[in-house]
Design a protein around this ligand. Sequence first.
Ligand code: NAG
Ligand code: NAG
Ligand code: NAG
Length: 164
Amino acid sequence: MVKRCLISCMFLLVINKVSSEMAVAVEGGNVTLPCVYSGNVPQSEEMDVFWRYNDRNVYSIFKGKVSATGQDPEYKGRTESYPEAYGQGNFSIKLSNVKASDKGEYKCILTFAVNITSIQLKVTAPQPTAPQPTPKPRNKGVGSRSAKILLIFTALLGYNQVLL
Ligand SMILES: *[C@@H]1O[C@H](CO)[C@@H](O)[C@H](O)[C@H]1NC(C)=O
Ligand SMILES: *[C@@H]1O[C@H](CO)[C@@H](O)[C@H](O)[C@H]1NC(C)=O
Ligand SMILES: *[C@@H]1O[C@H](CO)[C@@H](O)[C@H](O)[C@H]1NC(C)=O
């Protein structure tokens, strides 16, 4: 009884909430856009989740099933979700092959909870590969110096052995 009250009270608290998050992607890479609902997750008949980018249909989960209907061509083949995680309220999606133009605000709309998560996606340019450090002449000097020291050391050692 107490437990049930606790759950319904918690459910009341999560209604009408908008939360915002940040995600950072590297151009050409993949990024997970998080949308995890902490309240009671409904049965699949009521499990409608809509991912939107401005007016674009990024991804839709309709009655607990992925729906490709109306998906913007821009996102075709570049999005996936984790159906095995829906039950835990995890409606995060993975956006692959991120483009610079993908940056901006994504909304994860949970119709059953009147809960919207807004994710600001930042896309950074891929890191240029570090230039090969040009070998410094100083290194060669150090190398030959230590070689000289080694030679002297070996010579002394040999001399000592001769003395003994
Ligand atoms: C609303 O949902 C988002 C994810 O969709 C979650 O991060 C946030 O915690 C939820 N708000 C509350 C109050 O549970
Ligand atoms: C949601 O599911 C994805 C894929 O399994 C996972 O990477 C991510 O960590 C999950 N998020 C949470 C908050 O559990
Ligand atoms: C990005 O996602 C695509 C599609 O799922 C996959 O083939 C590729 O291996 C992923 N790349 C990285 C770096 O994880």
